[in-house]
Design a protein around this ligand. Structure first.
Ligand SMILES: Nc1ncnc2c1ncn2[C@@H]1O[C@H](COP(=O)(O)OP(=O)(O)OP(=O)(O)O)[C@@H](O)[C@H]1O
Ligand SMILES: [Mg+2]
Length: 254
């Protein structure tokens, strides 16, 4: 099972849009995907129509409930969800007092012996607190969505520093599987310059697929559908489809 954390502490960088649509695009290609919503805002859970009071990530992290107890089906074949659940903000405070709090999710996933999924995709909150750390310690890969705006580049150094520390102290195997340029507005030179800057800093680690600014992507959550279902012919559906292909290709290269 490939475990991919979708992380960037900057708010609104495209994490949830990427987590949900990448999961759905992988499932469209026959992969079974487990989507974790680790954000107390619960955007992905709402998008996927998880019932408000269902047990989820909070129970997994603090009550010792096993994975079986928190996985929910979704309307999309191939995608299952661990919803954020109401107590997640409290769960983070609780974890802060626990020894080894960063490794709880990892330990839970290690106990799954024959995973039914090929991918676990983890949607992180916009902070580098214990919830994101749990994702970075449980994951083998981190995918960083970056809004194609110069302001978005500034926080990247801090994020890379955190990834280095996580590797050094907690998870030496963590790999930056890719930087994903999001909300690329093709009409402005500025957006192109930001993408070029990313490529010059991160080279091969920038996905060739970039996600264009596309209003259909912003509309899809209100209709509780992934972009391929909401508007299969949109630029957003094409871009997330291309990303899924590239993510699958990474396996062949390994
Ligand atoms: N390519 C895009 N085109 C247009 N709108 C987009 C695109 N990507 C994301 N959005 C919109 O931008 C907003 C922020 O995106 P999203 O929620 O995915 O970011 P996030 O990183 O998960 O935010 P948070 O940090 O709050 O969790 C949302 O309203 C979303 O619909
Ligand atoms: Mg989000």
């Amino acid at each position: 099972m490939r475990i991919i954390a979708i992380a960037n502490h900057k708010g609104g960088s495209g994490k949830t849009t990427t987590a949900v649509n990448l999961a759905a695009a992988l499932a469209d290609r026959g992969r079974r995907v487990l989507l974790f919503d680790l954000d107390p805002q619960a955007s992905a859970s709402h998008w996927l129509g998880a019932p408000e009071d269902s047990p989820g990530a909070a129970e997994l992290l603090t009550d010792g409930v096993g994975l079986d107890g928190v996985v929910h089906p979704t309307r999309w074949p191939g995608v299952e969800l661990v919803p954020a659940s109401g107590g997640l903000a409290r769960a983070e405070k609780y974890l802060a007092r626990e020894l080894g709090a960063e490794v709880v999710l990892r330990r839970t996933l290690e106990r799954v012996h024959a995973p039914s999924w090929q991918y676990a995709v983890i949607d992180c909150p916009p902070a580098l607190g214990l919830l994101t750390l749990n994702a970075l310690v449980a994951a083998r890969e981190v995918l960083v969505p970056v809004e194609a705006h110069v302001m978005a580049l500034r926080g990247l150094a801090q994020l890379m520093g955190t990834l280095d520390l996580v590797r050094e102290r907690l998870n030496p195997d963590l790999e930056l599987t890719g930087i994903l340029a999001c909300r690329v507005d093709g009409r402005t030179r500025h957006a192109q310059e930001v993408v070029q800057e990313l490529v010059s800093r991160f080279g091969e680690r920038v996905y060739r697929s970039a996600i264009r600014e596309n209003v259909r992507l912003a509309e899809a959550p209100s209709f509780a559908q992934p972009i391929m279902q909401y508007d299969a012919r949109s630029a957003g559906a094409a871009d997330y489809g291309a990303l899924a292909e590239e993510v699958i290709q990474q396996e062949r290269r390994r």
